[in-house]
Design a protein around this ligand. Sequence first.
Ligand SMILES: Cc1cc2nc3c(=O)[nH]c(=O)nc-3n(C[C@H](O)[C@H](O)[C@H](O)COP(=O)(O)O)c2cc1C
Length: 168
Amino acid sequence: MTAVLVAHSGRHGGTRQIAEVIAEELRETGLTVDLRDAADVATVDGYAAVVVGSALYYHRWRPDAVRLLEHHARDLAERPVWLFHSGPCGPGAALHQVSLPANVALLAARIDAERTATFGGRLDPATVRGLIPRLMASGHRAGDFRDWDRIKAWARDVGRRVRIGVPH
Ligand SMILES: Cc1cc2nc3c(=O)[nH]c(=O)nc-3n(C[C@H](O)[C@H](O)[C@H](O)COP(=O)(O)O)c2cc1C
């Protein structure tokens, strides 16, 4: 069975839920999927492909997701890798494409990752701590801007490409 690793890192569970939906869609295309917190990934050996997703905080990826890319760059470069990040909130969030932070863009180039997907995020003022974060999470930005149909379609496309074997 072709095995795929889906690794995620966030703070408030929104990115993990995206990773769960991606994993489910990949399973439905017939792939075997391991879903892991990026902090818990010890190796990428044995996986035909890897998906890594991070929440965006202050224009940066979460440290655990960056560490995963750094520590396993050589092994990741040997297999197809898809990246996604979740962040934009508020009106138009679904259409907003965010560039990779510079440090992650360098790693993505080293790994020769596929094009990064940006998915909208979720901001719940009740779960956010600190004055500035709470201000950021208030008003028109508060809410759930994750487009599940888009996320599922992206995952199915990844699954299809893993099964046919994207040239790498
Ligand atoms: C303090 C703070 C900073 C944020 N910074 C960004 C950012 O720079 N870019 C962005 O697109 N989203 C940003 N967001 C939105 C989060 O990425 C979004 O809420 C995401 O869904 C959080 O994922 P998580 O629930 O997995 O932590 C920020 C949110 C907070 C609370």
